[in-house]
Design a protein around this ligand. Structure first.
Ligand SMILES: [Fe+2]
Length: 385
């Protein structure tokens, strides 16, 4: 491996005499390396993006590189942490990945071996992504990431001055790549596990809604709208996931209310309405017994609050209402108003949008309502499925 790379370097960088004075790829601080291996390999979580940034920033700080990036094959993005004027800067490059043919990363991914180019400006063989051009990097070392027999992506180290590569650098780089691949793979697996949980929750809610034709698919549609809203609001993966679970489960407390009241054709009596108003609290009590759903409890408990304080059960005002509850209140209202109820037919999309706009600022958070209306105003919302 060393000979091949030494030959490549000689081919591409004729000033070989200068190579002996160049700095090696990685600083020889064994304690720092040990810490990075611990950071990269331990503490994986379901948020792959956060795991990725932790890896590249951790490696940047202790390896002596000017830039470190992680490309995850399934995302088509490259996450780059680099030193700019002595500070760590983060940048994400879309569709600038090691998967692009002709790049050094692509060669590493295909061969399963490290690939280095020590003088980018002398290299006629590869194309370089935007991250290299923008960062003004001159030396590049790419290490393939793989776990459980599948290619996950590429870990790259970037330098602004030419470097020399030693056998130990390649071995150490591969060790870093293996540890990083383990952390990325674990978080992807956790993500898949969480998706399975959501599907299970969906199946449970569907079986409950099947008993009442009037609320069929209501929770699923609210979840779909809430997901789009959360994405538009640029909430994190974790926040979006909590809102999805909360939206799916927001009316689960109706399981504790007798069907005669839920399906009543006429107007509810004051006593009956009082019973219906208990469903957010009943739902919260059901869900708070499940550990991994604990973050959804405030959403479920407060999804009928209004920003002017006239909602229930807490009579909370404005930002006292948890963000997720303020968010799902809007698609919950929209979907309820555009669905048939035992006591009235469905309103049209146009009428629902009008009613929503009228109640914004009293019932609904104006900022979130504005985003919902900008997405749906004038457009007929799909009544899926
Ligand atoms: Fe509700």
């Amino acid at each position: 491996m060393r000979e091949t790379l030494a030959k490549q370097d000689a081919d591409r960088a004729p000033d070989e005499s200068a190579a002996a004075t160049r700095a090696p790829l990685f600083e020889r601080d064994l304690e720092a390396w040990r810490r990075v291996l611990a950071v990269a390999g331990v503490g994986a979580e379901g948020n792959t993006e956060r795991v990725g940034w932790r890896i590249v920033e951790g490696l940047l700080r202790v390896t002596g590189a000017d830039g470190c990036s992680l490309s995850v094959a399934t995302w088509n993005v490259e996450m780059l942490a680099s030193f700019e004027d002595g500070r760590v800067s983060r940048r994400t490059f879309f569709r600038e990945t090691m998967g692009s043919r002709g790049t050094l990363g692509h060669s590493a991914l295909r061969s399963g071996m490290p690939e280095t180019v020590l003088r980018v400006s002398h290299d006629p063989l590869h194309s370089y992504p935007e991250s290299v051009r923008e960062g003004r990097f001159e030396s590049v070392a790419c290490f393939p990431l793989s776990a459980r027999g599948r290619s996950l992506g590429v870990l790259s180290f970037y330098y602004r001055d030419p470097r020399r590569v030693e056998k130990e650098d390649l071995e150490f780089g591969m060790l870093l790549a293996q540890s990083s691949a383990l952390a990325v793979d674990n978080s992807l697996l956790l993500n898949e596990g969480q998706q399975n949980v959501l599907l299970t929750v969906q199946a449970l809610v569907r079986s409950l809604e099947a008993k009442d034709s009037h609320t069929s698919y209501h929770s699923l549609r609210v979840t779909q709208h809430a997901t789009v809203l959360a994405e538009q609001m640029k909430l994190s993966q974790r926040e979006t996931r909590i809102i999805q679970y909360g939206a799916m489960l927001h009316d689960i407390g109706k399981i504790g209310i007798v069907g005669d009241i839920l399906n009543k054709k006429g107007k509810l009596t004051e006593e009956e309405y009082e019973v219906v108003r208990r469903h957010p609290s009943i739902g919260a009590r059901i869900v708070e017994t499940v550990d991994f759903l604990a973050d959804t409890v405030p959403i479920i408990r407060h999804h009928h609050e209004r920003v002017d304080g006239t909602g229930y059960p807490g009579g909370l005002v404005g930002s006292e209402i948890p963000l997720g509850a303020r968010l799902i209140a809007i698609p919950d209202f929209y979907d309820a108003i555009t669905s048939d109820r035992p006591y009235r037919p469905a309103y049209s999309h146009e009428k629902a949008v009008e009613m929503l706009a009228e109640r914004t600022g009293d019932y609904f958070d104006p900022d979130i309502a504005e985003i919902f209306l900008s997405i749906h105003h004038g457009a007929r919302v799909a009544q899926a499925p």
